[in-house]
Design a protein around this ligand. Structure first.
Ligand code: HEC
Ligand code: HEC
Ligand code: HEC
Length: 404
């Protein structure tokens, strides 16, 4: 699922869009200003179509298995994010979950944006509320099966995504911390400069070591002398990000040209020096923060079973669909201490009632081990904190005794 490759597929039709941004002006402290922060995050590059209105979406991002069109993030009520609250917006940028009720594909770089502070996300929201609303309905998803099924994201998220803010390192200077905050978060530099695994996630042990993107190669940004930035001074890096060139050495190309044009050349000198200071400290071989996170392998089978059998109705978030399908998150019939209730529902199904459609029986599709795995997964996910105490012996007994 190499969905992240999209990230490279940006186009260069943004002159109009940028004029617009430039005229919108910054307040006195640009670092706290939503217009400035949206430039650091380079939202406009992806959320603007060739010759389209700024931020109204529609840019096509290709992948080997179909494409997505970026959504409209102007404040239009019907087709943009005009009806979104600050919390809805934070849900998308920090958690990668759309107000529309589904998980976003990581082509929207929420894997990095999750580190951005709440205050900065809110400032971007306030700024987006001030741009002219544009009516532009966009149908985002044009991926091939099975990638068009959003619930495939549930596995991806479980494996590769953990929401969480940037944590400053008290051993380092405030300049370094500002640089780390920008590079790892809003400026999402790692998204292009870090190699990805077959599932399209950044390889956490190879942070900034260089990667192919869209027919280009995003170079090594570690302090490796031969292949990285080891021989560049911090000022050389800052100048390059400001002007797109390191005279006598290199000039930007391809996707980086766009990053410089739309984003880094518009950053303050202080922020560019902070970014450079942080990059100079990245050792030749470094890891993504949080790389030691253990994936709970015991949950994988449960996730797979849930995606295949249940998420179509109960949703990947476990939240169900209001008035049609009940939620499994926070549902006491799922978390009863014995675990019997959920097993009975899976085996026997439920007749239609209270306006709900019927819940089908899965007795024929799932064996005892599978039902136990699935029940335990649901009992311990989305904030449910029951114990994972359902065994195949319990399932077997309930299956054999319709009377209990
Ligand atoms: C690399 C390209 C890229 C960049 C950069 C990017 N986005 Fe996105 N964004 C996307 C794509 C593609 C989607 C749709 C993903 C999906 O539906 O699965 C999206 C979805 C969203 C959504 C959810 C909209 C909806 O209707 O569900 C919001 C909100 C959003 N982006 C805001 C932002 C903001 C704010 C920024 C800048 C800080 C930003 N994006 C930068 C590509 C990008
Ligand atoms: C959309 C993908 C993308 C993003 C995002 C991106 N880069 Fe790049 N970068 C590239 C590519 C591709 C190259 C190689 C082409 C070139 O040298 O111009 C490159 C080259 C560079 C170089 C020149 C390295 C050399 O040895 O010549 C530097 C420095 C750099 N990027 C820093 C950054 C920083 C800092 C960020 C975050 C603010 C960033 N990049 C974000 C794609 C990206
Ligand atoms: C075709 C849609 C559909 C599918 C697929 C589905 N469910 Fe349900 N589920 C429902 C509906 C509708 C209800 C509520 C039925 C009622 O109360 O009349 C429900 C109820 C439940 C309940 C009881 C909730 C309560 O509050 O009483 C549990 C537990 C449950 N489902 C688990 C699962 C599991 C586990 C799977 C996957 C094996 C699954 N469901 C698949 C539609 C579905």
């Amino acid at each position: 699922m190499r969905i992240n490759l999209f990230i490279a597929c940006r186009l260069k039709f943004l002159t109009f869009a940028l004029c617009f941004l430039t005229f919108s002006g910054f307040a006195q402290t640009p670092e706290k200003n939503g217009a400035y922060l949206s430039i650091v995050g380079d939202c406009i590059s992806c959320h603007t179509a060739p010759s389209g209105k700024p931020l109204a979406g529609g840019l096509k991002m290709n992948s080997p298995f179909g494409y997505v069109l970026t959504p409209n993030i102007t404040p239009d009520l019907a087709t943009g994010i005009g009806s979104w609250t600050k919390d809805d917006f934070f849900g998308a940028v920090h958690n990668g979950v759309s107000k529309k009720g589904y998980d976003l594909y990581p082509v929207m770089p929420f894997t990095s944006y999750t580190k951005v502070s709440r205050a900065d996300v809110d400032a971007i929201y306030d700024y987006l509320k001030t741009v002219p609303p544009v009516s532009n309905p966009v149908q985002v998803n044009h991926l091939d099966f099975p990638f068009n099924i959003r619930s495939s994201m549930i596995v991806w998220r479980e494996l590769f995504f953990k929401p969480g803010f940037f944590k400053p390192d008290p051993q380092q200077s405030s300049v370094w911390n500002r640089g780390a905050y920008l590079v790892e978060g809003l400026a999402h530099c790692a998204e292009c400069h870090t190699p990805r695994n077959l599932m399209g996630a950044m390889e956490s042990s190879k942070l900034f070591s260089g990667a192919a993107v869209d027919g280009w190669y995003a170079l090594n940004l570690t302090s490796n002398i031969a292949t990285g930035l080891g021989s560049w001074s911090a000022q050389d890096i800052a100048n390059y990000l400001k002007t797109g060139s390191y005279p006598g050495k290199t000039t930007v190309l391809g996707p980086m040209e766009e990053v410089v044009h739309n984003s880094t050349s518009r950053m303050t000198d202080a922020d560019l020096l902070a970014i450079a200071t942080y990059l100079k400290s990245v050792p030749p071989s470094s890891k993504l923060n949080g790389a030691d996170r253990k994936v709970d392998a015991t949950k994988l089978e449960g996730i797979r079973l849930y995606v295949d059998n249940c998420s179509g109705c109960h949703q990947s978030t476990g939240k169900g669909i209001a008035k049609v399908i009940p939620p499994l998150a926070g549902n006491p019939s799922v978390t009863d201490p014995s675990g019997f209730n959920i097993v009975k529902v899976i085996i026997r199904g439920i007749q239609a009632r209270d306006g709900y459609i019927p819940m089908p029986s899965f007795a024929a599709q799932l064996n005892d081990e599978e039902i136990a795995e699935l029940a335990n997964y649901i009992r311990t996910s989305w904030g449910n904190s029951a114990s994972a105490n359902v065994t195949s012996a319990i399932v077997k007994k309930i299956r054999a005794n319709p009377g209990i």
